[in-house]
Design a protein around this ligand. Structure first.
Ligand code: HEC
Length: 251
């Protein structure tokens, strides 16, 4: 067997398979086996709470109808928000799985190809040690961007409009519209819509580098206006420059 080329490749193949299994499955499992798995209730953090209460303010009627009204007493309201938030997180995760969002979106920033410049900090194993990552939502491919640092990057009403009809915000987007998360319009997310937005606003909310979209991203309209102003200034500059005149004369 060892005399033939294919025999050598066969043994090498077995060896590499065993090595990959050891380094990618057995070693990480042993490294993190002592970490307790976090429950959804433990995953509610101040950034996520901010977004969840923000949902209550942006969509007051829908929030009240599908999630409820917080108790008057402030301390009781605090517990109530935490509890509802955890409930919505779990439901949102189930919808993310059920709708197959993971066919097009990954949740894993790899330590290669400068991915951290595009998406944010590289993913760490312990980030996956929780109830919402059973099974892990690594995804299978990236038709759309990685979502593991999506929290805070966009406002919740941006997500509502985007889920209702992605092409309204992103020209030519291949992402399908999800009208069944709404009661007829983007201003009226139903229980599933609110849950999915909560889940999306959770992704990465545990990191120190949490971006509040207000400081982070210009609105698409502001971007278009800024680009148009720049183009107009450039056109004027060209018009006024002597080269432009010679160019016109030459015509
Ligand atoms: C057919 C592939 C596809 C599917 C299925 C899909 N998406 Fe997308 N998604 C995209 C693409 C492409 C983009 C980038 C263009 C855009 O913004 O629409 C995107 C963008 C996004 C963004 C905005 C990211 C950002 O900040 O720019 C979010 C959030 C998102 N998708 C969430 C979801 C969720 C949740 C689901 C499941 C309900 C889903 N997507 C299903 C392809 C997909």
């Amino acid at each position: 067997m060892f005399e033939s080329k294919s025999g050598v490749f066969f043994i090498a193949g077995l060896f590499f398979f065993a090595f990959a299994f050891l380094s990618n499955a057995v070693v990480p499992a042993l490294m993190y086996q002592h970490l307790p798995e976090q429950t959804a209730a433990e995953l509610v953090n101040p950034n996520l709470r901010y977004q969840f209460e923000d949902l209550a303010q942006r969509f007051p009627e829908q929030f009240e109808k599908h999630i409820g009204t917080p108790p008057e007493d402030l301390q009781a309201a605090d517990g109530w928000y935490n509890e509802k938030c955890a409930e919505m997180l779990k439901l949102g995760r189930d919808i993310y799985v059920g709708e197959g969002c993971w066919h097009c979106h990954s949740q894993f920033v790899r330590p290669v190809s400068n991915e951290s410049l595009r998406f944010g900090p590289v993913s760490q194993s312990e980030e996956y040690q929780n109830e919402l990552q059973r099974p892990v939502m690594f995804g299978t491919r990236r038709v759309g961007p990685d979502l593991s640092r999506e929290a805070g990057r966009r406002s919740s009403d941006w997500h509502a409009v985007h889920f209702f009809k992605p092409t309204d915000l992103s020209v030519g987007s291949p992402m399908p519209p999800y009208p069944w998360f709404f009661e007829g319009s983007a201003e009226k997310p139903n229980r599933r819509g609110l849950a999915l937005i909560t889940y999306i606003q959770w992704l990465g909310s545990w990191l120190d580098s949490y971006p509040y979209y207000e400081d982070y991203d210009q609105s698409p309209v502001a971007k278009i206006e800024a680009a148009a102003a720049k183009a107009a200034a450039k056109a004027k500059e060209l018009e006024d420059s002597p080269e432009a005149e010679t160019a016109t004369e030459a015509e």
